[in-house]
Design a binder for this molecule. Structure first.
Ligand SMILES: *Cc1c(COP(=O)(O)O)cnc(C)c1O
Length: 227
């Protein structure tokens, strides 16, 4: 794939510049910094990144503390959110991409009310069966959508999906397209006005963009392989 050429340039800044050339301005690049040092995050920041994604609340809090001087970072939570971490997530995250069931949605809504916050969230949908992933099925989500709009303390912005491994490029593209169509169906079936599609990681982001992604979540392509 054409993304491979990006691995030849080694500075974080060069990688970010190369990725940006592939993006139109309406696609938000989120640097997934899980397991990445704050020094590397500072390099990404210096290269223009303002959106960082973390998959553990505790790790995110520690990094926020160390990066306090960079006060215009937008923090995205992209991991499975356990209910005992929900309060910290509402307090500290601008976005939560991984709202994957109704109970969690209700809990976040209640906490957001108590904390006087209105986090932006994405509903995580599992477009294909995958025992290793969390998320609503497309059918469940569509059926639940009129109830979701009752979560008045949450700013429900869009859908997030992660594809199972082992799909061909055409299967990947079709599945991302199905996600975009699901967003439209939900907007018709409810008063939700979903705008965002958080889809595309290092291995599949070009296909995700082609299918209409508005937020891509890139870790390895920016920071190199994780341990
Ligand atoms: C780790 C992770 C990413 C980034 O994956 P890369 O393959 O490193 O780009 C994106 N989204 C989620 C939900 C992740 O957990």
């Amino acid at each position: 794939m054409s993304t491979n050429s990006l691995h030849l340039t080694n500075s974080i800044s060069a990688k970010i510049q190369a990725i940006k050339q592939q993006l139109t301005p309406d696609v938000r690049l989120i640097a997934i910094s899980k397991q990445v040092s704050v020094e590397k995050m500072r390099e990404a920041y210096a290269a223009g990144i303002r959106d960082f994604g973390e998959n553990r609340v505790q790790e995110a809090l520690e990094k926020q503390e160390e990066l306090q001087d960079l006060n215009d970072i937008c923090w995205h939570f992209i991991g499975h959110l356990q209910s005992n971490k929900a309060k910290q997530a509402v307090k500290s995250m601008n976005w939560i991409h991984t709202v994957d069931n109704f109970k969690l949605l209700e809990r976040l809504n209640k906490l957001a009310g108590e904390l006087n916050k209105k986090p932006k969230i994405c509903l995580q949908v599992k477009m294909l069966p995958d025992p290793n992933k969390y998320g609503w099925s497309a059918e469940e989500l569509l059926a639940a959508s009129p109830e979701l709009e009752l979560a008045e303390n949450l700013d429900i912005q869009g859908l997030m999906t992660i594809l199972p491994l082992g799909l061909s490029d055409s299967e990947i593209f079709d599945t991302f397209e199905e996600t975009r169509k699901l967003k439209e169906k939900i907007n018709q079936a409810s008063n939700l006005q979903l705008q965002e599609l958080s889809m595309g990681m290092s291995g599949d982001y070009l296909l995700a963009i082609k299918a209409g992604a508005t937020m891509i979540r890139l870790g390895r392509t920016i920071f190199g392989d994780r341990q």
